[in-house]
Design a protein around this ligand. Structure first.
Ligand SMILES: [Zn+2]
Length: 179
């Protein structure tokens, strides 16, 4: 996985000089004119596989990137925020419910392109169980609709992101092993 930083940073954010040197392998840029250095580091994000009975919740994305495709609820960590709180906050914001006792599943790298800028993320996935799906009120700004699927029947090729594909495969494998 490689991000071409020369496409993101056409000018030095420090002095405005054209074409700062992009070190895409070590994910930073340097400017020979003013000494500016910036690391385009990997961001953390949380994702949730929400279980109701034998099914799991899948959202249909309302927005770009990947509008209309399937996803799991979640999002980017805020500054200073433990990832468990990211998970709880995103679920509260996106679905209007509070979750209890999430259990860590797995992590997966992801690439997220937003308005022409490519971000690399590490997505941490958790599973949690809910009892009252009628309490869910999807935030229409982010979610077109929700659906519950038997996890083995999720159309994986319609999932928006590679990290979500990896997470559901991991979840299914774990589920087979614990039965
Ligand atoms: Zn500069």
């Amino acid at each position: 996985m490689r991000i071409d930083l020369s496409k993101i940073f056409r000018y030095c954010p420090g002095c405005g000089a054209k074409g700062p040197k992009a070190h895409s392998k070590t994910k930073h840029i340097t400017c020979g004119k003013c000494g500016f250095e910036y690391y385009h580091n990997v961001a953390s994000a949380a994702g949730a596989i929400i279980e109701y009975g034998s099914k799991v919740l899948v959202t249909i994305r309302a927005n770009e990137p990947k509008a209309g495709m399937l996803d799991f609820p979640g999002g980017f960590a805020d500054y200073g925020e433990p990832i468990e709180e990211t998970l709880a906050r995103e679920i509260r914001e996106e679905l209007g419910i509070r979750i209890k006792n999430p259990r860590y599943l797995t992590s997966a790298p992801n690439i997220y392109v937003y308005k022409g800028i490519t971000y690399a993320t590490t997505d941490l996935f958790f599973a949690c169980r809910i009892d009252e799906p009628k309490k869910i009120k999807p935030d229409k700004k982010e979610i077109a609709s929700i659906e519950f699927f038997e996890p083995g029947r999720i159309p994986v090729n319609r999932l928006a992101f590679d990290s979500a594909k990896k997470a559901i495969r991991y979840y299914l494998k774990q589920r087979r092993q614990t039965r």
